[in-house]
Design a protein around this ligand. Structure first.
Ligand code: MYA
Length: 258
């Protein structure tokens, strides 16, 4: 969720801080890191790099643990990120590959709840196991035109629930992550209000899955997103979900009142 805040703030920066009173939203330390020149419009993929002080590692790149099926699907969706115009020139396609880091905003205070030590050690849940291939290997692609997001997910051996099969909580975690990512890209900072999950068929550990999410509707502060988890060839339905996200004021997350 904080990743969305970073992107949202990056967006606000590139739009001349319209409607956002930064001194009230950000801590002094965070504010110090906003000195980088963000007055030019940045593509979404670049915005998400901000406000890290160094270049963070993008964990949604292929590594040696990715199965041939995982790599094939990655390449398939990656190819959709580029399109050609009528002159055969390359232009941006409707899809964007979303980068994925192991933490959210480095300088967020975490409100009043987190000690400095906890803040320094905080890691995004889905990226907290360092061994490649052991847990959540995934890459997500966003289609802003269609308001959809697809994630290619390889379920590692540390995610066992029923013997030899993927834990339902791990599936829900990925659904929350991908639906939350879509809601966040469409509406800015959000929190999950509910995530209704129906498990239709078990997932063998090591499987490669497709997680398809689509915007259902937006009603004021509420963003409704549907999701389907299928086998990589889409022939088998594993899980269905419906999620509600509510737009939030990020002030309290940064330790300010509003
Ligand atoms: C994929 C790779 C990329 C990875 C990138 C990294 C990102 C990872 C992304 C990970 C993502 C992970 C993300 C996470 O895991 S977020 C962590 C899990 N979620 C939480 O902890 C949220 C806790 N709850 C809250 O904070 C509040 O209750 C929220 C913010 C949700 C609502 O606040 P609040 O209560 O103050 O709301 P309101 O009074 O303004 O009401 C607004 C409207 O909403 C309706 N409503 C509210 N609740 C519900 C409900 N349960 N069912 C049905 N409706 C509900 C309500 O009736 C009203 O409707 P209306 O009367 O206006 O019609």
């Amino acid at each position: 969720m904080l990743g969305h805040i970073a992107r949202r703030l990056g967006h606000q920066m590139s739009n001349g801080l319209k409607g956002m009173n930064l001194p009230h939203v950000l801590t002094k330390e965070t504010h110090r890191h906003l000195q980088s020149p963000f007055d030019t419009i940045c593509p979404v993929s670049m915005m998400s790099l901000w406000p890290f002080s160094g270049k963070p590692q993008d964990f949604s790149q292929p590594n040696s643990s990715w199965s041939p099926e995982m790599v094939r699907l990655y390449e398939h969706y990656n190819a959709l990120c580029d399109a050609e115009n009528e002159n055969g020139e390359k232009k941006r396609g409707p899809w964007r590959k979303l980068p994925s880091y192991d933490r959210t905003i480095k300088y967020a205070t975490g409100g009043v709840h987190l000690s400095k030590l906890v803040q320094a050690k905080a890691r995004l849940f889905t990226r907290c196991i360092e061994e490649e291939g052991a847990a959540f290997e995934y890459v997500a692609f966003l289609n802003k035109v269609e308001k959809t997001c697809v994630c290619v997910f390889q379920a590692g051996h540390l995610l066992e629930g029923a013997p030899g099969h993927l834990h339902g909580g791990a599936i829900a975690t990925m659904i929350d992550t991908v639906t939350g990512t879509l809601a966040g890209y469409l509406s800015g900072p959000v929190m999950t209000a509910y995530l209704n999950t129906n498990y239709r068929s078990p997932v063998p550990l090591g499987s490669v899955l497709l997680i398809h999410c689509a915007l259902d509707r937006i009603e004021g502060k509420k963003i409704f997103v549907n999701c389907k988890v299928t086998s990589s060839d889409e022939s088998k339905l594993h899980t269905e979900a419906a999620a509600l996200f509510v737009s939030i004021n990020i002030g309290p997350l940064f330790g300010t009142q509003s």
